[in-house]
Design a protein around this ligand. Structure first.
Ligand code: ZN
Length: 260
């Protein structure tokens, strides 16, 4: 069986902070969120590689990016440190078919904002309140095997209005104890690439330890996997399939320059 190549990218900053919060996060994710998720999502049909911003080439050298089928992205305070040239390369790879799963505060990552084309702003509050996640598209592959609703005991609230394009297919909606609601799981398609945004995952709560959250991410990896990666996106001019009888009013002009 050909294994899906999954890369989990993490900015890996909060987990290394030398303060009480950093220490607390390390008690939940001793080796970082990326390595924890790589272990939690391990399965026979996937080959998962955890990488981070502090690695050479910001964790994503060409060779790795160009062999990745699905990329997971966790970022928060270091969005601006990600090289624009790398973001361009990731975008190209997504448009060619690579799946992209953007987690939690990755809503403001350069790559997510580029793929969405909107500001991706939302409301937030960090008081450790309860989040209730609802499956709103029960037939969607990402919702398979999940209960109709489940509770994450402590979460950072992410609330509407969430400035994402409205072509997103909503798979999960969340309600928060403080009264806010949020589109917490939304899919998009951009050219050949499938994208999934999933908001649960604040670093100071053990959200990725939750079996339902892990189920969502496992399903999402398989849903985002490309049918085929087609690197060259420049479509050649096709020969007409039928005879064109309409006279070209510009036949006497050479317009080929306009297409270069
Ligand atoms: Zn957060």
């Amino acid at each position: 069986m050909k294994k899906l190549k999954v890369t989990i990218w993490n900015e890996f900053v909060h987990e290394q902070e030398q303060n009480a919060v950093g220490e607390y996060i390390r008690s939940i994710y001793p080796e970082g969120i990326h390595r924890y998720l790589a272990q939690a999502l391990a399965a026979e049909d996937v080959e998962i590689k955890p990488v981070s911003l502090d690695m050479p080439e910001q964790g994503l050298p060409d060779e790795l990016l160009n062999s990745t089928d699905v990329l997971l992205w966790w970022g928060h305070c270091a969005h601006a440190k990600v090289d624009d040239a790398l973001v361009d390369k990731i975008r190209k790879r997504v448009l060619s078919g690579m799946g992209l799963i953007v987690l939690h505060s990755g809503h403001l990552s350069k790559i997510f904002c580029r793929m969405m084309g909107t500001a991706c702003r939302l409301r937030w509050r960090e008081v450790g309140e309860k989040e209730r996640v609802w499956v709103v598209s029960p037939s969607h592959p990402i919702a398979q095997g999940l209960p109709e609703t489940f509770v994450i005991p402590h979460q950072e609230m992410y609330g509407e209005p969430f400035d994402i394009p409205d072509d997103g297919k909503i798979v999960f909606m969340s309600w928060f104890e403080g009264g806010n609601v949020f589109r917490s799981g939304v899919t998009f398609q951009r050219d050949r690439g499938k994208i999934f945004y999933f908001s649960p995952g604040h670093e100071t709560y053990p959200v990725y330890h939750d079996v339902n959250v892990q189920k969502v991410l496992g399903n999402a990896i398989r849903w985002c996997a490309p049918a085929e990666i087609v690197p060259d996106r420049i479509t050649p001019q096709p020969e007409p399939l039928e005879k064109i009888t309409t006279e070209n009013p510009l036949a006497s002009l050479d317009t080929t320059e306009l297409h270069k």
